[in-house]
Write a new protein. Structure first.
Length: 116
């Protein structure tokens, strides 16, 4: 994955970092179904991955559902996925831990582009 300008249409909502990959998400709780809904522009001009979960945003239940859904969809261990910012906000930053951040970023970006 080539470095992309976060303000372009093709920019991924993720970036490799020292401990893995940072993923930028906009979460919709109380949805009709659990789903990765695709890419969207963020208010600050960046890109986010839109995700919906059926549970209510109370006592961290929606956050837990988000981690579980992404781990399942992308075949990752739940223990590798954590929320590092935005625990009480719809906009969240997740850390997906990996010893090979660039390889994981490439894998995730391919999955996001192909299947959401």
């Amino acid at each position: 994955m080539a470095a992309a300008d976060p303000h372009t249409v093709d920019a991924p909502p993720l970036e490799p970092c020292a401990r893995g990959v940072r993923l930028f998400v906009r979460l919709t709780p109380k949805a009709s179904r659990n789903a990765v809904q695709g890419l969207a522009a963020d208010a600050d001009g960046g890109r986010v991955l839109k995700v919906a979960v059926t549970v209510v945003p109370e006592n961290g239940k929606a956050n837990q559902a988000l981690v579980k859904l992404l781990a399942k969809v992308w075949k990752l261990p739940k223990s590798a996925v954590s929320i590092t910012a935005g625990a009480t906000d719809r906009r969240k930053t997740l850390l997906i831990e990996s010893d090979e951040p660039q390889a994981l970023a490439d894998y995730l970006w391919e999955r996001i582009r192909d299947h959401g």
